[in-house]
Design a protein around this ligand. Structure first.
Ligand code: HAM
Length: 419
C-alpha cells in the first residue's frame, strides 16, 4: 500500500469480474448462435454519437433524452452523447452504409454498453449492457412475431425462467393523434390527481401516463379511453395478425394495454418481457415496431422492428435461479519439485497451441494448494508432473469430473488430449 487514495468506479457503473465474466461470455455466445440461426449478423456501432441522433431518433419528450443522457461538448465544439440505447445508432449506420439501397431486408444484432444517468438501484445502472436486434425492411406482422418468438427462444435457451411476454398496439400516425386528443381531454380533467412527471408531459406525450407506476395515475387511467378501441383498421389487422402468429408459434403472451414504451419512435406493436423477480425494475427486455424512424433520421420510408434485453437483469435472474459460471473446461498443471518446474512449459505449450486452456501457478507449491487452485480455476483435468513420473517419461492425467486417473507418456500427451 502506498498510502495514496484508491480510485473507485463511477457511481452506477459496475465491473464484471471473473468468474462472472465467464457466464457473460457464455450468454453472449448463445446470443450469437441463436440470432445467427434467424439470419441476424452482428453490428458494432460507436458508443459516442451526435446528440442530435438521439434527440431526433429517440425523441425529445422521452425521459431518456430529456434528462438521462451523458452529453458533452468535445474540443471541436461538437455536442456528443454516450448512447443511451442501440436502435438509433443502428438505423444511422444502416443509412450511412447505404445498406438500405442494396438489401431489402437487413437483420442486425448487437451486444454492448449503454449509458443512462438514472438513479442507480437494483437492476438499474448508469452503464448497463444490452443484447438487441433490429430487423429493417419488412412491415409484415410476421416480423414482429418472429422478433418476439426469437427473444423468447433465446431467454429459454439461456435458462431465464418465469418471464411474461406483454404486448400491445399503440397505433400509428393515423389513429394515435386522434386517440391522444381523447386521452388528453380525460387526463386534463383529472390533472390534479396526476403525478408531477405526468402533468409535465401531458401535452407532449399523454400516453406515458398509461404506464406510470404511481398509484394515483393508475387510478386515473382506469377510466381513460382505451387505445385498443381507437386503432385504425390497418393497425387492428396488424395487431390481430401478430397475435395469431404468436399463437401458431406456441409463444404465450398477454395483452397489456398499459405497455406504451418510453422511447418515442414506436408505432403499432410494443412489447415487454417482464418478471416479478426484480422488484420495481420488472422489464428484462422490450421493443416494438418503429416504421417512421428511418425517415426521421433522413432516410426513405423503411419499416423496422426490434428489441433489446438488459444483460444485467438477465444475469440477476440466472443468479437468482442458482446458475453458476461454467467451468473453464481446461487443464491445470500440478508440478511437484524442481525437475517438474523445468519441464513445465515444454509440456503445456504444445497443448495451448492445440487450443486447450492450461493454467498453472508457476510456483510448485504443495499438491493440495495446487489442486485447490485447479478447482478454483474451474479446470476439468489436471496434469500431475512429479519426479517418479518424469523418471518414466510420463505424467499423470486426472479427470476432476469423475476422479479417474491415467499415466500418459509425455510424447503422447498431445494425442491424448486430442482424443
Ligand atoms: P428499453 O426498454 O429502453 O428499450 O431498454 C431495453 C432493456 O434494457 C430494458 O428492458 C432493461 O432490461 C434494460 N435497461 C434499460 N435501462 C437500464 C438501466 N438503467 N440499467 C439496467 N438495465 C437497463 C430500448 O433500449 C430499445 N432500443 C429496444 C428496441 C430495440 N426497440 C426496438 N429495437
Amino acid at each position: 500500500m502506498t498510502g495514496k487514495s484508491k480510485i473507485q468506479a463511477v457511481r452506477g457503473m459496475v465491473d464484471i469480474m471473473p468468474p462472472n465474466s465467464r457466464l457473460w461470455a457464455d450468454v453472449e455466445a448463445r446470443a450469437r448462435a441463436i440470432f445467427s440461426s434467424y439470419g441476424y449478423s452482428e453490428i458494432r456501432t460507436p458508443i459516442v454519437e451526435p446528440t442530435e441522433l438521439f434527440a431526433r431518433g429517440v425523441g425529445e419528450t422521452s425521459s431518456v433524452v430529456e434528462k438521462e443522457m451523458y452529453t458533452f461538448v468535445d474540443q471541436g465544439d461538437n455536442t456528443l452523447s454516450l448512447r443511451p440505447e442501440g436502435t438509433a445508432s443502428v438505423v444511422r449506420a444502416y443509412l450511412e452504409s447505404g445498406a438500405f439501397n442494396t438489401e431489402p431486408i437487413c437483420r442486425y444484432f448487437y451486444i454492448g454498453q449503454m449509458f443512462r444517468r438514472e438513479r442507480p438501484q437494483k437492476g438499474r445502472q448508469r452503464q448497463f449492457h444490452q443484447i438487441g436486434v433490429e430487423l429493417l425492411g419488412p412491415d409484415s406482422p410476421l416480423a414482429d412475431a418472429e422478433v418476439i418468438a426469437m427473444t423468447a427462444h433465446f431467454l429459454e435457451a439461456i435458462g431465464v425462467k418465469d418471464v411474461a411476454i406483454e404486448i400491445n398496439s399503440i397505433g400509428c400516425k393515423e389513429c394515435r393523434p386522434k386517440y391522444n386528443e381523447l386521452l388528453l381531454a380525460h387526463l386534463s380533467s383529472h390533472k390534479d390527481s396526476l403525478c408531477g412527471d405526468c402533468t409535465r408531459r401531458l401535452d407532449k406525450n399523454p400516453m406515458r401516463t398509461l404506464d406510470c407506476k404511481q398509484e394515483r395515475c393508475a387510478h386515473v387511467v382506469l377510466s381513460a379511453p382505451r387505445m385498443a378501441e381507437h386503432l385504425c383498421d390497418s393497425c387492428r389487422t396488424h395487431f390481430d395478425s401478430v397475435k395469431a402468429a404468436l399463437v401458431s408459434a406456441k409463444v404465450d403472451f398477454i395483452v397489456n394495454e398499459r405497455i406504451v414504451r418510453g422511447l418515442d419512435y414506436y408505432m403499432r406493436t410494443a412489447f415487454e418481457f417482464t418478471t416479478q423477480k426484480l422488484g420495481s425494475q420488472n422489464a428484462v427486455g422490450g421493443g416494438g415496431r418503429y416504421d417512421g424512424l428511418v425517415e426521421e433520421l433522413g432516410g426513405p420510408h423503411v419499416a423496422g422492428v426490434g428489441m433489446a434485453l438488459g444483460f444485467e437483469r438477465m444475469m440477476m435472474l440466472l443468479e437468482a435461479d442458482g446458475v453458476v459460471p461454467p467451468h473453464g473446461g481446461g487443464v491445470f498443471l500440478v508440478m511437484l519439485g524442481e525437475a517438474a518446474q523445468n519441464m513445465a512449459l515444454s509440456i503445456i505449450q504444445p497443448l495451448r497451441k492445440m487450443g486447450i486452456t492450461v493454467e498453472w501457478d508457476y510456483a510448485a507449491k504443495s499438491m493440495k494448494a495446487q489442486m485447490r487452485h485447479a478447482d478454483k480455476a474451474g479446470a476439468s483435468r489436471v496434469i500431475i508432473v512429479g519426479d517418479d513420473e518424469l523418471a518414466k517419461g510420463e505424467v499423470m492425467v486426472k479427470d476432476l469430473r469423475d476422479g479417474s486417473q491415467v499415466a500418459v507418456k509425455i510424447d503422447k500427451l498431445e494425442a491424448h488430449f486430442s482424443a
